[in-house]
Design a binder for this molecule. Structure first.
Ligand code: ADP
Ligand code: MG
Length: 898
């Protein structure tokens, strides 16, 4: 299974591919029609430049050369017209569960091993030549490791010319008939160009030819037969629609960049065989248009493909000699062949070049054969070689960095400085990337397995390069003169000579004109001698007269002929004038038509430009809004994150607290449980003791109760009260959870209630109509155990002094229970209060017969139920009454032990 790399970075599985690297365009087309196109990975959409119409990406093409031997292992396959696939060779394969990785790279076009030079030229270089002739700059370079076919692609092999000879051929095929005479254009030393008239050009030519060492190559030089074969391209490829009203001149220069030094390969330096001088390096400068140029570089004007190629060959030869002499490695140098094309319009007559410097257009096409891109260690270089190799690599590295930075700046809108100046190579081509021009790169790869790693690097760089965009060159303005000047005048001349021919002999060519006059002169009879030596000479004069008469006749004939010719010429001129006028009218009509269309198109253009501006403005606003929204989104997200973090923190705090509290609760519970467990036996013991004490007391009380007493109960209780104040105050308050009685001993009510009516003798008789009376009650003056044993209800009649001074009689009722120790207990449940009041509110004494009111008062104070009960309890068993006895008709559990 093969894995293909997709543009989104994911891995897709694809079917097994073609292993052999045989590819031609026809095969490609066939393959495409059979559905390969559908499998081509798509590139992700790049960020659109601000003015999309005016920028083009760098065109990157890939050429795969054939293997040197059929038995070599291959690691690159051409998948389709735009894609190559590279897979690790056997030694490199990274096994992953039985699969191994393959990578695909896409380019503008991929050329397989069967693609011929012409096909490559048509696709890659032809548009650059067309641009050159239209006055636009271009840069074409080949990139790849040594032996991948860069030189083969650029220069070609014997019998199979590469892009360079084909470019030259196409240029000269296109401008051939419109070339300017040599030296009409003159390049200056500041990368500019000047123009001079043909006479001056002729003089300069003569001057130069007279010089002892001619700097210009003469066409007679012999080209190396190896090279001669290369230019024999015979395609006759030419640019359509060359401006015929311009004149053109081609200049070539050839430089080499080695070890970050620039050398002029065309420099004619006198050669000293004894002490050969090392070549002088050149420096780079920037001209007024910010284009870089090599100062003092030889630029040779060439008039034909052969001549241009001869110059190239000369440079190539020099390069080879330098390499041998200085022991350099040729694959480590970059060679740059620069073709400059100067063009200027013809004047209005269409005969001579217009002498205006501003009208000259100078465009250039640079053809670069880069040094091998392989890493230093591959060539096993040492010492100087290694350092040089490092420098070469350094310049390629700078090229890579520049491309990377450019790409980043363009894609992400950053403004990082592009390090062009770090190497001569990038510095020289700075303006192609910064300024304008078409840039194309051919990536050459050798599919052999040994080159796998290097080829991967090459592919990666190439892929990145095609994401860089370069400003599209602008169209040059027209010169403003009427188009078609050259051929209109030529046509006029042709027509004139034709008509003259028709009317009796040519007048056009100089030799013919000469022969007519000569003919006349020859036909003129020579004048005889006019000397009269003898008086009788009668022959000389008549002969002279005869000759003169003949001459006169001939002269008359000539004048007649001349008049006739003049007439004919005049009529012809008139005819021509009229035809010119009609043609002019026709042309004017056409011209105005065209002007109208141009004006319409201009208006359309303006409208579109305006539209573009508004759209750009809108885009800008939208971009701004988008950034604002994005900012908001970011802020909100941040806020959200911080809040959720806070919430999480709080939740974890809560959890921690809960856990801690649970721990504490458990701990406390355990502690208390332990404490309870430890305290329980002692408490039980204590309670048992208390019970025992109570039992003891009860027994004592029983003993006391069973002994009848005559004394007032109040006195001794009061005395005891005074004697044992502590006992009274510490008398145990009723404890609800430890009842002294057993409720199960309570008698059933259904058996009929029997009351003990306890009326202490200290009570005063009241005069009230309503008197408490309980039927069948056992009335006792003091608490009697016997009576209690017979009854199940108990009532104590108790008197006290109310706040208004009246006697208040309280009937304290209770239930009688048997105690655990065999005694009786009373549980008070209700209090009935009986009170007599005067309607006038006047104080009335409850007993006027009472002899000692203060004592009464004291008694009444003493008869306070609490005191009485406590006295009773102390008297009997030390039990006590709680405060609840004061509540009327309220069931109460406070008990009085008897
Ligand atoms: P480079 O310049 O990259 O070091 P060359 O162009 O010198 O490589 O190529 C090395 C050899 O491979 C040369 O002999 C050349 O003829 C041959 N070669 C390269 N490309 C091709 C090709 N496409 N077809 C046939 N031969 C090729
Ligand atoms: Mg080479």
């Amino acid at each position: 299974m093969w894995i293909k790399r997709s543009w989104n970075g994911g891995m897709n599985v694809m079917a097994a591919g073609v292993r052999t690297v045989f590819w031609s365009s026809s095969q490609a087309r066939q393959a495409l029609s059979s559905g390969w196109r559908a499998k081509t990975p798509r590139r992700p959409a790049l960020k659109k430049p601000s003015n999309p119409g005016l920028k083009d990406p760098v065109g990157v093409y890939c050429r795969v050369r054939p293997l040197s031997r059929p038995d070599q292992e291959c690691c690159i396959e051409v998948i389709n017209e735009t894609t190559v696939q590279i897979h690790p060779p056997d030694g490199y394969r990274i096994f992953r569960n039985g699969e191994y990785r393959e990578t695909q790279y896409s380019f503008k076009e991929v050329f397989g091993t069967l693609v011929v030079q012409k096909e490559l030229f048509d696709v890659v270089a032809k548009p650059l030549v067309e641009d050159l002739i239209r006055g636009k700059n271009g840069l074409l370079f080949t990139y790849g490791v040594t032996g991948s076919g860069k030189t083969h692609t650029m220069t070609g092999s014997p019998g199979d010319g590469g892009l360079l000879p084909r470019c030259l051929d196409m240029i000269f095929n296109s401008i051939g008939p419109f070339q300017a005479k040599r030296f009409v254009f003159k390049l200056d030393d500041k990368n500019g160009v000047d123009v001079q008239c043909e006479v001056d050009a002729l003089l300069e030519r003569q001057k130069r030819e007279a010089m002892p060492v001619p700097k210009t190559p003469s066409g007679k030089r012999q080209i190396d037969p190896e090279f001669a074969d290369m230019i024999n391209v015979q395609d006759h490829c030419k640019v359509e629609e060359v401006d015929e009203d311009n004149v053109y001149s081609v200049f070539v220069s050839y430089i080499e960049i080695y070890n970050n030094y620039i050398y002029d390969l065309l420099e004619e330096a006198p050669f000293d065989p004894i002490k050969p001088k090392p070549p002088q390096s050149k420096i780079l400068r920037e001209d007024q248009n910010h284009n870089m140029y090599v100062t003092g570089c030889t630029e040779v004007e060439v008039k034909s493909t052969e001549e241009a190629f001869e110059v190239f060959w000369r440079g190539q030869k020099k390069r080879r000699i330098a390499n041998t002499q200085l022991n350099r490695e040729s694959s480590r140098s970059h060679s740059v062949f620069i073709i400059k094309l100067a063009q200027a319009p013809l004047d209005a007559d269409g005969d001579n070049v217009l002498q205006e410097k501003e009208q000259i257009i100078l465009s250039q096409l640079s053809l670069v054969d880069l040094a091998g891109s392989e890493r230093t260690n591959r060539t096993k270089a040492e010492g100087n070689r290694l350092r040089e190799a490092g420098n070469i690599n350094q310049s390629l590295m700078t090229l890579r960095t520049c491309i990377e930075v450019l790409r980043e700046n363009q894609m992400y809108g950053t403004n990082k400085m592009v390090p062009y100046r770090d190497s001569k190579l990038t510095h020289l081509f700075k303006n192609y990337f910064d300024g304008e021009g078409k840039v194309r790169m051919i990536v050459c790869v050798n599919p052999k397995a040994e080159d796998y790693e290097e080829s991967l690097q090459v592919m990666r760089f190439a892929e990145m390069t095609q994401e860089v965009e370069v400003a599209r060159p602008v169209d040059r303005p027209l010169c403003g003169l009427t188009p078609g000047r050259r051929f209109r005048n030529q046509a006029f001349r042709e027509e004139l000579s034709r008509k003259l021919e028709m009317r009796g002999g040519p007048i056009n060519g100089e030799p013919e004109e000469q022969s007519v006059s000569e003919m006349f002169l020859q036909n003129f009879p020579p004048l005889p001698s006019c000397e009269l030596l003898d008086v009788n000479d009668d022959q000389t004069l008549p002969k002279l007269i005869e000759v003169l008469e003949k001459r006169h006749k001939l002269r008359q004939m000539l004048s007649e002929e001349f008049a006739k010719n003049v007439l004919a010429f005049k009529t012809m001129l008139q005819e021509f004038d009229s035809s010119v006028v009609s043609k002019e009218n026709y042309i004017q009509g056409k011209l105005s038509e065209k002007e109208k269309t141009i004006a319409g198109q201009k208006m359309e253009l303006e409208r579109l430009e305006k539209k573009i501006k508004t759209l750009e403005y809108k885009i800008e606003i939208l971009e701004k809004t988008a950034t604002i929204y994005e900012e908001d989104k970011r802020n909100l997200q941040q806020e959200l994150e911080s809040k959720s973090q806070k919430l999480q923190r709080q939740a974890s705090d809560k959890r921690r607290l809960e856990a801690r509290l649970q721990g504490m609760v458990a701990e406390t519970t355990m502690k208390w449980e332990k404490e309870c467990v430890s305290v329980l036996p002692s408490k039980q013991l204590e309670m048992q003791n208390k019970l025992w004490v109570k039992d003891e007391k009860l027994k004592q009380l029983k003993a006391i109760v069973t002994e009848p007493k005559n004394e007032k109960p109040e006195r001794p209780s009061r005395e005891r009260d005074r004697e044992k104040p502590v006992q009274r105050s510490v008398s145990p308050s009723p404890v609800p959870n430890a009842p002294p009685v057993r409720l199960r001993h309570r008698r059933s009510r259904s058996a009929g209630e029997r009351w003990v009516d306890h009326k202490p003798p200290s009570n005063l008789p009241t005069e009230t109509v309503m008197q408490p009376h309980v039927p069948h009650a056992i009335t006792v003056a003091a608490a009697s155990e016997k009576a209690l044993a017979k009854c199940d209800k108990y009532m104590l009649t108790h008197q006290e002094l109310a706040s208004d001074g009246e006697i208040e009689t309280k009937l304290i009722k209770g239930d009688v229970f048997k105690t655990r120790g065999g005694g009786q207990a009373v549980q008070f449940t209700e209090i009935e209060t009986l009170k007599q009041e005067s309607p006038t509110g006047r104080k009335r004494r409850s007993s006027p017969s009472n002899p000692d009111p203060p004592e009464d008062a004291a008694d009444s104070e003493w008869t306070d139920v609490e005191t009485r009960c406590s006295v009773a309890v102390e008297m009997r068993a030390g039990s006590a009454l709680g405060p609840g006895y004061q509540h009327h008709a309220q069931p109460n559990l406070y008990q009085m032990l008897m």
